[in-house]
Design a binder for this molecule. Structure first.
Ligand code: GRF
Length: 202
């Protein structure tokens, strides 16, 4: 049966677009993106989804208590009967309520090799720290920020002449690749979770 993906975003939406491309190209088989939800009006990701003919909702989060907001989002995800939720540049921490509603069914992409550099401006944090390798992580989401068992990571070198922009661009290319890989693994169920470790099962 076709698995239904719900995407939550707040901005540009390039990771959403990469997932949509992978679904269209069969790299994520037997799946469709059922709904794209933004907590911000005017998020370019919403226009990208509309262009692709994918259903969209803007649910403004401003001023709403976390769980009150998450209940609204959860109701829409239920309405669209989603099997998997992909956070793609979604700039909100999820309430424990929301996480409990969708156990091991929420993924996030983060532009660092977690547990290094969680939070905002990870690429800048990596440059300032002086690491020689940076990267990105797809992980299951729990109620803590950028935590949860790691599904896939990719490493990129940091070059001496890198700026935040050039490093971000190199990382983003890998983000687009590994997010689809992780979604495929999870939707196919070819994994098991042992403690914090996500192990591949063939
Ligand atoms: C990406 O770098 C992602 O890792 C982070 O936010 C950024 C979103 O970019 N969580 P986009 O909206 O997917 O283009």
């Amino acid at each position: 049966m076709t698995k239904r993906i719900g995407v939550l975003l707040s901005g540009r939406g390039s990771n959403f677009e990469a997932l949509a491309e992978s679904v269209a190209a069969g790299r994520i088989p037997n799946a469709e993106i059922a709904i794209v939800i933004s907590n911000r009006e005017g998020a370019p990701g919403i226009d990208r989804a509309k262009t692709r003919g994918i259903a969209t909702r803007v649910i403004p989060s401003k001023g709403l208590e976390r769980e009150v907001y998450d209940r609204q989002v959860g109701a829409v995800l239920d309405e669209y009967k989603v099997d998997l939720i992909c956070l793609a540049g979604y700039m909100r921490l999820l309430s424990p309520y929301f996480v409990a509603q969708f156990p091991n069914r929420i993924l996030n992409i983060h532009p660092s090799l977690l547990p290094s550099f969680p939070g905002l401006e990870s690429q800048r944090q990596a440059l300032e720290y002086g690491v020689k390798f940076a990267g990105c992580t797809v992980h299951f989401v729990d109620e803590n920020l950028d935590a949860g068992p790691i599904i896939v990571q990719a490493v990129v070198p940091v070059k001496d002449d890198d700026t935040e922009a050039s490093l971000s661009e190199r990382i983003l290319k890998e983000e687009h690749r590994i997010y689809s890989e992780a979604v495929r693994i999870v939707l196919e169920g070819k994994y098991k979770i042992a403690g914090r470790r996500v192990l591949r099962v063939t």
